[in-house]
Write a protein that binds this ligand. Structure first.
Ligand code: KG4
Ligand code: ZN
Length: 338
C-alpha cells in the first residue's frame, strides 16, 4: 500500500493553479484567475507571465494548506511543460524545478493536452473512468482536438483545428456582438433563451476529422455588419437568437466530426475536456448521442475541465507509479505535441 502525495502546478495560459493529489484522489485544487485580461478582450502574454510570478507562491501555499499537508510530505512535483505561452510556462517550470531540487524529490513534466484527457482518471464519486481505447475531444480557448486514447500515455491526435480553437470561435463571435471576454459562458446562457434556427451560418468544409473556425467568425462579422447597417438596433433586438444560432452552428461542427471519428474508429466511448465542455448545448448533444448512436459519454467535474492543476497532479501520479521522472535540465516547450 502506497501513500503518495504529489503537487501539480499549471501555468500554461492565464490561470495560475496548484493541486495536491493523494494516491488518485484530489485533496486540494486552487486556481487564481487573472481578471486583468478582461480589459483587453483576450490574454496578454506579458501580463499573464507577471501575474503568474505574483500568484505562484500564494497559490502553492494555499494548495498545501487546504490539503492539510506540509511540503516535506510531498513525494514529487509535477508541472505543465507545454503547450502554452512561453512566458507563462517558464514561471511554473522554474518554480517546480527549484522546489523539487530544494526538497530533493523527483520532478515530473506533464503535457497540458494529455492532462486535459487524463483528468478523467481522477478518483471522483459519481464520475466513471473511460475504458481504453476511447475518444477524447479537447475543446477550449486554446485547443480543439480529437484524440484516440489507447492507454495513459499512448495517444493519437486524429483531428485538430487548422486555425482557431472552438473557444476562440465563441469568444471572437462574442466580441463582434460586444460581449465581455471570455464570451462563451454568456453566449451559452443567452442561447438557452433564443431560437437556434433563427439565423443560418454555413459550416466550413474541412476534410477528415480536422476543424476550422475562422471562416465562421468572418461569416458572423459580415452578417452583423450587414444587418446593423439596415437596423442599428439589430444586435440588441436579436441577441438571444444570434447567440443560439452561433452556438447551434458550433455544436453542429463539433458533433459532425465526433460522429465521423466514432464511425471511423468504431469506438463508442467518448470523453470531453477543456473549458468549452461546460457548454450546456454540447452536453445535451452528447446525451442525445448516447441514445442515437449508443455512445457512452464522459464529462469530468467542472473544476477539472477548465485549466486546472488537478489534471496535472493526476498525470504526475500516473507517471510517478511508472517512475517516469524528468531531469533537472528540462525546459518549457510552447509547442509541445501529444
Ligand atoms: O479550458 P479553458 O478554461 O482555458 C483554455 O483555453 O485552455 O477554456 C476557456 C474557454 C474560453 O474560450 C471560454 O469562452 C470557453 O472556454 N467557455 C465556454 C463556456 N464556458 C467556458 N464556451 C462555451 N460555453 C460555455 N459554457
Ligand atoms: Zn487547457
Amino acid at each position: 500500500s502506497q501513500n503518495i502525495y504529489i503537487l501539480g502546478i499549471e501555468s500554461s495560459c492565464d490561470d495560475t493553479a496548484a493541486a495536491i493529489i493523494h494516491n488518485g484522489k484530489i485533496l486540494s485544487n486552487v486556481v487564481a484567475n487573472q481578471e486583468i485580461h478582461k480589459d483587453y478582450g483576450g490574454v496578454v502574454p506579458e501580463l499573464a507571465s507577471r501575474a503568474h510570478q505574483q500568484n505562484i507562491v500564494p497559490v502553492v501555499d494555499q494548495a498545501l494548506k487546504k490539503a492539510k499537508i506540509d511540503k516535506d510530505q510531498l513525494n514529487a512535483i509535477a508541472f505543465t511543460r507545454g503547450p502554452g505561452l512561453m512566458g507563462s510556462l517558464l514561471v511554473g517550470t522554474s518554480f517546480a524545478k527549484s522546489l523539487a531540487y530544494g526538497l530533493g524529490i523527483p520532478l515530473i513534466d506533464v503535457n497540458h493536452m494529455q492532462a486535459h484527457i487524463l483528468a478523467h482518471f481522477i478518483d471522483e464519486k459519481g464520475f466513471d473512468k473511460p475504458p481504453f481505447p476511447f475518444l477524447a475531444m479537447t475543446i477550449s480557448g486554446g485547443h480543439t482536438q480529437i484524440v484516440k486514447v489507447n492507454s495513459y500515455f499512448e495517444m493519437d491526435v486524429i483531428g485538430e483545428t487548422i486555425d482557431d480553437a472552438v473557444g476562440e470561435a465563441f469568444d471572437k463571435s462574442g466580441k463582434i456582438l460586444g460581449l465581455d471576454y471570455p464570451a462563451g459562458p454568456e453566449i451559452d446562457k443567452r442561447a438557452k433563451l433564443g431560437n437556434p434556427k433563427a439565423f443560418k451560418f454555413t459550416k466550413p468544409k474541412v476534410d477528415g476529422l480536422d476543424f476550422s473556425f475562422s471562416g465562421l467568425k468572418t461569416a458572423i462579422l459580415y452578417f452583423i455588419q450587414r444587418e446593423t447597417k439596415a437596423n442599428s438596433n439589430f444586435i440588441a433586438e436579436n441577441l438571444n437568437d444570434i447567440c443560439a444560432s452561433i452556438q447551434y452552428t458550433i455544436i453542429g461542427i463539433l458533433m459532425d466530426k465526433l460522429k465521423l471519428a466514432s464511425k471511423q474508429t468504431g469506438i463508442n466511448h467518448i470523453a470531453i475536456g477543456g473549458g468549452v465542455s461546460a457548454n450546456s448545448g454540447i452536453r445535451e448533444a452528447l446525451k442525445k448521442g448516447e441514445q442515437k448512436f449508443g455512445w457512452k459519454t464522459y464529462i469530468p467535474k467542472f473544476e477539472f475541465t477548465t485549466d486546472n492543476a488537478a489534471m496535472i497532479a493526476i498525470v504526475g501520479y500516473l507517471k510517478y507509479l511508472e517512475q517516469d521522472f524528468s531531469e533537472q535540465n528540462i525546459t518549457a516547450s510552447a509547442r509541445l505535441k501529444i
